[in-house]
Design a protein around this ligand. Structure first.
Ligand SMILES: *Cc1c(COP(=O)(O)O)cnc(C)c1O
Length: 365
């Protein structure tokens, strides 16, 4: 059999490894920041009815402009946005890829701030865009001065800001986003995949959109909306940005079934988001209890918690897995990440990690 190394692969893909969070069947899966609550049954029935209608016309190509879905998404986001401001694709990963296809590419540079979402560098190599990793301040925070200095130093064509940041949980201040925007002539994407977990009072980059035609705010239905399996991500931006994405999207990229399912789900926003408050309670509980156990959890505005003070992350990961609890080793020494689950799942994680005994790494590592 031929191996990957024998194929005439593009040079910039040689030696790379694909995205690969383990997909294991365990009782308590808290490793990829999903919403672990199933969607409400009444909503599921409405979605199925909607799919049943859509399937009767799948002999035809779907609405290439997914107009109804864009209207629903604009309505959900508010902030005076209309369908013209909205774009959607099969997960925000595809949205981000399209942004790079339109604004990145050979000879162009994407700046992000490590540690951040591992897909950014993978999407960069897939589009032949150079990835530059800026650094953060203490405790993974990112001040306006630090971020703007990196922009000035690296002169990127695009900047991806993740807020709250995956894998650290860190929410970004709007001043940081505005400072980055002012420091560049390029495209600034704020990935707000976890925005809803910040609570109603949390600031959003949507409020910065007016007058900033190079600013893009990316969202997803995968996390708060409990819709990861349906693959629906979207963005809000100036209508000119969505016109740019029309140049690179595949025709009819959003299937009629995806459009029908997502539009039906958005008719039930309140029910779909009902578990968000509960998940925030479990997240805060993880922060408090891990701290009490002697670990070092970070500030988080998302549905997951990064914690330090882990002497041997591989060993702790394996010990938890043996108890049926899957969390994430994201490769930061002495750190692990866990998603907040249902109350029962969260309890299972906290009970399992407390049985491992007190961490031996000093809290000030
Ligand atoms: C989970 C996640 C996404 C969502 O990806 P989808 O393709 O919409 O499922 C986007 N950005 C970040 C930072 C994430 O953690």
């Amino acid at each position: 059999m031929t191996s990957l190394n024998d194929l005439p692969l593009r040079d910039n893909l040689r030696g790379l490894v694909p995205y690969g969070a383990p997909q294991l069947h365990v009782p308590v899966a808290l490793n990829v920041n999903e919403n672990t609550h199933p969607i409400p049954e009444a909503v599921a029935h409405h979605i199925v009815a909607s799919l049943a209608r859509a399937v009767l016309t799948v002999n035809r190509y779907p609405d290439r402009e997914f107009t109804e879905l864009r209207e629903s998404l604009a309505n959900y986001l508010g902030h005076g946005l209309t369908a013209e401001n909205i774009w959607a694709a099969n997960g925000s990963n595809e949205v981000l890829q399209q942004v790079l296809q339109a604004f990145g590419g050979p000879g162009r540079t994407l700046l992000g701030f490590d540690p951040t979402y591992s897909m950014y560098s993978i999407l960069a190599s897939g589009t032949d865009t150079r990835w530059v990793a800026g650094e953060r301040d203490a405790d993974y925070e990112l001040s306006a001065d630090t971020a703007a200095a990196w922009v000035a130093k690296t002169q990127p064509d695009l900047v991806f800001l993740c807020s709250p940041n995956n894998p650290t949980g860190t929410p970004l201040a709007l001043e940081t986003i505005a400072a980055v925007y002012d420091a560049t002539d390029g495209i600034v994407v704020v990935d707000e995949a976890y925005a809803e977990f910040g609570g109603a009072e949390a600031p959003t980059a949507l409020s910065l959109l007016p007058g900033r035609e190079r600013l893009v705010v990316s969202r997803t239905m995968s996390k708060a909306f409990a819709f990861a399996g349906a693959r629906v991500g979207y963005l809000a931006a100036d209508p000119a940005v969505t016109d740019a994405l029309r140049l690179v999207r595949l025709p009819y990229h959003l299937s009629a079934l995806t459009q029908a399912a997502a539009t039906a789900a958005l008719d039930h926003t309140a029910e779909m988001l009902a578990m968000v408050d509960d998940i925030r309670v479990q997240r805060d509980r993880i922060v408090t209890e891990l701290r009490d156990l002697g670990y070092r959890p970070y500030r988080t505005g998302s549905n997951f918690v990064l914690f330090g003070g882990v002497e041997d992350p591989g060993a702790t990961f394996t010990a938890l897995l043996a108890e049926g609890v899957l969390i994430r080793d994201i490769g930061i020494p002495n750190h692990l990440r866990v998603s907040a689950g249902t109350e029962a799942e969260t309890t299972a994680f906290l009970a399992a990690i407390s049985r491992l005994g007190a961490p031996t790494v000093s809290r000030a590592e």
